[in-house]
Structures are given as C-alpha cells and as structure tokens.
Design a protein around this ligand. Sequence first.
Ligand SMILES: *[C@@H]1O[C@H](CO)[C@@H](O)[C@H](O)[C@H]1NC(C)=O
Ligand SMILES: *[C@@H]1O[C@H](CO)[C@@H](O)[C@H](O)[C@H]1NC(C)=O
Ligand SMILES: *[C@@H]1O[C@H](CO)[C@@H](O)[C@H](O)[C@H]1NC(C)=O
Ligand SMILES: *[C@@H]1O[C@H](CO)[C@@H](O)[C@H](O)[C@H]1NC(C)=O
Ligand SMILES: *[C@@H]1O[C@H](CO)[C@@H](O)[C@H](O)[C@H]1NC(C)=O
Ligand SMILES: *[C@@H]1O[C@H](CO)[C@@H](O)[C@H](O)[C@H]1NC(C)=O
Length: 627
Amino acid sequence: MLLPCAVLWCIILSAISLWIPAAAQNKEPYAMRISCGARDDTTTKPTNTLWYRDFGYTGGKFANATVPSFIEPPLKTLRYFPLSDGLQNCYIINNVPRGHYQVRLFFALIADPSFDSEPTFDISIDGTQIYSLKSGWSNIDEQSFVEAYVFVTDRSFTTCFHSTGHGDPSILSIEILQIDDNSYYFGPLWGKGTVLRTAKRMTCGSGKSVFDEDYGGNHWGGDRFWLGVSSFPDSGQPTSTEHNISQTSILPNFYPENLYQSAIVGDDDQPDLSFQMEVDPNKKYSVWFHLSEIDSKITGEGQRVFDILLNGDIAFENVDIIRKTGGTYAALVLNSTIEASGRTLTITFRTKPGSHAIINAIEVFEVIIAESRTLAKEVKALQNLKASLGLPRRFGWNGDPCVPQQHPWSGVDCHFDRKIVKWVIDGLGLDNQGLKGFLPNDIAKLQHLQSINFSDNSLYGGIPSSLGTIAGLQILDLSYNQLNGSIPQSLGRLMKLQILNLNGNLLSGRVPANLGGRPLHRASFNFTGNAGLCGIPGLPTCGPHLSVAVKIGIAFGVLFALLLVVLCVLIWWKRRENILRARKIAAAREAPYAKARTQFGRDVQMTKHYRPHEARNNAESGSNLLS
Ligand SMILES: *[C@@H]1O[C@H](CO)[C@@H](O)[C@H](O)[C@H]1NC(C)=O
Ligand SMILES: *[C@@H]1O[C@H](CO)[C@@H](O)[C@H](O)[C@H]1NC(C)=O
Ligand SMILES: *[C@@H]1O[C@H](CO)[C@@H](O)[C@H](O)[C@H]1NC(C)=O
Ligand SMILES: *[C@@H]1O[C@H](CO)[C@@H](O)[C@H](O)[C@H]1NC(C)=O
Ligand SMILES: *[C@@H]1O[C@H](CO)[C@@H](O)[C@H](O)[C@H]1NC(C)=O
Ligand SMILES: *[C@@H]1O[C@H](CO)[C@@H](O)[C@H](O)[C@H]1NC(C)=O
C-alpha cells in the first residue's frame, strides 16, 4: 500500500488543504497531481503544471514509461505493481478538502523490451469500480486514461488498481482537481452516491484535440481533455468563428469560450447529423450537448430547428438555439440521461425541413452508483490483523476489504448489512497460508464474524479471550498451529458455536466446562493433539484444582506427618533398646533359663522352615495390612 504522507507531502498538504467553499471562486481550487515513479517533482509544458513525485513510497516498482498516446502529459516514469505485491494496490491521499473533484488517471507501458505486453486491469475510486481497461487501450488515444467525477466527503481519497491476471497495472499519473460543488448536475441521481465516468468528450469542427488546462479556461471547471473531431464518419462539415461567445465560462461548469467557436454542421446534401459510440449495455449515460449559433447566415428564430434523439428517442424536440439563448454567438448547454439497452449509443440531430443541424461539443458520462463502504471499525481491525498475522504482501490487503464487489480481499468474506448500509466481515479463511504471527485481541472488533479458519499455519501465543464476545461465531478452526496457554473460559459463552477445532496445538489446562458438554448438542469439537488439555471425556482427567494456600497447607501437613513418623520410630527404637537391656540384665541373673529359652526359639524357627507355604501366606497378609 502506498502511503503518500511522506513528511514533505504532509507539509504541502496541510498547507493547502483548507476547506474552500465553491462560492469563493476567486480562490484557486485544490489540485493534486502525482507523477508516478518520479524521483523529483517536475513541471510540464505548456502550462507549467506541477507534478509531485511519489518516489519513496512503498509498494510497486518504478520504471521508465513508454507513452503510447500524444494526449498524455509528458511524464517519463510510471509505477507498476507486480503480482507479488498483491492483486490490489492503492494510492491514498489524505487531507483532501471536502468537495467535488475531477479525477484523472493515465496509464502507460513499461519501457523495457521484456515487458512487451499491454496490461489490462480494473480501476476503483473510493471503493467503486469505475473502469476495466479494454485490451488495445494503448493504441487508442482516448483510452490511455480514465476520468471520473467524485465527491470527497471524508477528506481522504483512495484509488486502487486491481490486477485481473493480465499483466502488471502500470500507472503514469494521478490528478485530483477540485471543481465547483454543483458541476455536472444532471438530475435527481446526481450527488454523493453517484460517480460520473467520462466516456466521451469531444469538440466538434476543430480537428485539433485540446489537452492541458481546458483551453486555458477557469480552473473551477477542471482540466478537461477535448478530443478534436472535424466531422462525423458519415455526416457533417466543420465550421468555426473568431467571434466572441457569450454565456461561457460561467457557473457551475465553466465551459471555455473556444468550445463554442467551432462546430459541425449539416449541409444541403445531408442536413441531419449522426454520431455513434460504443457503450456498455444496461448502464445509464448522461449526455451533454453544447450548442451555439455561429453561422453568420442564421440571424433569427426559426431559421435552424432540429430534434436531438438518443437511440431513436427524442431527447429534445424543436431545438432552436437563438430562441433559447436570445441571440447568436451565445452558449447553450443541454443534458439528458439514457439507459443503454445495447452496445451502441446513437445520437441523431434531425432537422426540420429547410434547416441544417449544428453541434459544437458533446460529452457522454457513464452514471455509476457508488458502492457503500465497509464499516470503518472493521477495516481497522483487519489492518491490525494483517500486521499481527504478518500477512505477506501477495495478499494485497489494500483499499476497502469488501468493495469493489468484484475485488474483495482474499480470505475475507463480506456481508451487506442493510440496517447500517455498510459492508461487514462475516468470515475469515486464512487456512494453510504459512502465516507466522499471533492472534490480536482486537480481532473481536470483527463483531459480525460467523466463521474463522486459521488452520494449518504457524500461529503462536494464546487464544484471545475476546473471541468469546463474537456472539454469532459458528465455526472456529485454529487447528494445527502452535497456540499455547489455556482455552479461555469466555469461549464457553459462544452459544452458536458448532465447530471448534483446536486440535494440533500446544494448549494446556482444563477445557472450559461449558464447552465440554457442548458436543452432546450435535456440535463438533476437537481438542486432541495438544500439550496438556484435560477435563472432558476423551482427554485425561485434570489434577485436583488447588489454590496456593491449600498447596502450602498440604506441604505443612506432609512435613508434620513426616516429623510424626520420625518421632514414632525414635520412640520405638528407644523402647526396643530398653527391652533388650532389661533382657540382658535378666539373663545375667538366671543363665540356665535363658539358655533353655534360646533353644525354644530355635525350635520355632525350624517349624517355620518345615511349612514354607504357610509362612509365605503370613508374609503376604502382613504386607497387605501395611499398605
Ligand atoms: C530510465 O531511463 C534513464 C535514462 O533516460 C536511465 O538512466 C534509468 O536507469 C532508467 N530507469 C529505469 C528504472 O530503467
Ligand atoms: C441537466 O438536466 C436536468 C434535467 O433536465 C436539469 O435539471 C439540470 O439543470 C441540467 N443541468 C444543467 C447544468 O443544465
Ligand atoms: C472578445 O473578448 C475579449 C475579452 O475576453 C475582448 O478583448 C475582445 O475585444 C472581444 N472581441 C470582440 C470581437 O468583441
Ligand atoms: C479449515 O481449513 C482446513 C485446511 O484448509 C480444512 O481442512 C478444514 O476443513 C477447514 N475447517 C472448517 C471448519 O471448515
Ligand atoms: C506461549 O509461547 C510463548 C512463545 O511463543 C511464550 O512467550 C509464552 O510464555 C507461552 N505461554 C504460555 C502460557 O506457555
Ligand atoms: C480430531 O483431530 C485429530 C487429529 O488431530 C483427528 O485424528 C481426529 O479424527 C479428529 N476428531 C474428530 C472428531 O474430528
């Protein structure tokens, strides 16, 4: 992920990131232009445009660029994202004032003979996919960039490039240009939930394309590129004037005067005009027409009247420019929205008898409904998880985890919560990924999780007890890792838990009692193959659970008992000594008796020898009593 807040940048950004109300037109709009892969800030001709370098940011690689089209800004480097950097890579630009923005991204080819193929990839802005590059883009002027109109509401702007397996995304430049808050209002769909992607923008009658600073127009109009078209493929003639045009460069779009000084007009042979372009079926398009009466032969109302049709349906009927603007050499802007049913959009200017059609410029935008984002708290928790699991770069956990829906983060399952109108995370599947990290406590901020599978990695440390707060958790598979410590009691509170695999770890201690009984309720729990778990059927019984005080008590007790035994032995020994001494004294007094008794004693022993079986039984019963 690229974090553009290098020290220098942050200073630049905070210096100019004041909130500029659109009404304050005398102030300059916010403009951020990045020359990707550049080592130094540069300025380009003819308008002395400043481009910031992105050298020193992490992620991607830089290379010299082959600029495929004359339209592109004359920049020499690009940044590209090989597959080892993950499937999505993003630029995040912070401290962008809230407002409406024109965003333009240029692509280029890597100037290296070993990279001869043209990459195709997807582009998203703030979680909404706005375009998929089509193969052949590098041969078509208009397709080497993508441009969109977006609102920035949280002072942060993110654009991501999503690999589709066809080469490494390679980016030449990024431009974020503030425009008037109300620009391109096209009807009720317009607003913060909508993105407009420029599908076509052309200036008619002048064969010259205009790039850089929108004909030198007002910066609040953005920096539009106008493709020059002198006639349509099978209709129209170019015409132009030097005459000043009124009602140009006004709020909210600030269309430049030059735009209206040339046009394509019909002639006597073919008074109607018609233009076709390729579109995506079932998408909405906002079509804008720029008109001005610049033919000196037309001087009043009713002299040029025509209908404008979109795919055969009348969008504007009986258009009479002079009637609408009140005179010649005045600008008229019309817009209409159409849903494409097929792959072509046909625009027809159908004249009334005796007049010829005219058109000065056309803009076509794809209307894209912006995606809802992922709950911010959960994005943050996933970013922490990424760090503590030591997720390799190839995972590309950049941008938003769930959107664009075409490109969710790998290993993350998402669910749209209609109540909060946000995406939430309901599954994590990072099994068998060679992860060597630990489970952070704030994994529990992913409160919508239903399933976790981290099986077969090398995760170490304990099982966070916070997991017990994820009430909806149904599957927790942490098997075959190196997790140690005991199973947190809190897991016993997970009433929905159906599968709990903790086998093949280094866990020890007692399995929480309220987990132990659960398998009876058709849940499947596995605790085998651990260092020392105990306490449920199938595992060893646990030793008595004793507190330290009790243990000290027992130690004292044992010591006391030992002392007692020693004392007894001492007493017995003393007593025996006394008896022996008494016998000696007695023997000394009556020697003959003593001798007779000795004889008797020997007889008894001999009797025993004669009955060995009985003797063994006696010995055994004796030892039994002792034990
Ligand atoms: C880009 O081209 C310049 C010469 O124009 C060369 O010095 C430099 O090494 C090249 N950079 C890369 C990354 O190929
Ligand atoms: C575009 O068309 C809509 C609907 O017809 C209209 O309300 C709006 O004012 C037009 N926008 C401009 C800038 O003329
Ligand atoms: C056109 O407008 C410019 C100022 O924008 C002015 O200097 C010039 O005289 C005008 N030309 C005509 C023919 O009115
Ligand atoms: C978790 O992943 C492992 C390894 O890929 C797999 O064998 C296991 O069935 C999964 N666990 C669950 C509960 O699906
Ligand atoms: C778990 O293992 C880590 C090292 O991976 C060690 O620092 C920690 O003390 C162990 N914890 C327990 C309870 O054994
Ligand atoms: C539990 O895991 C062990 C391997 O650690 C496996 O042999 C056993 O079949 C598993 N038991 C169940 C009920 O899945």
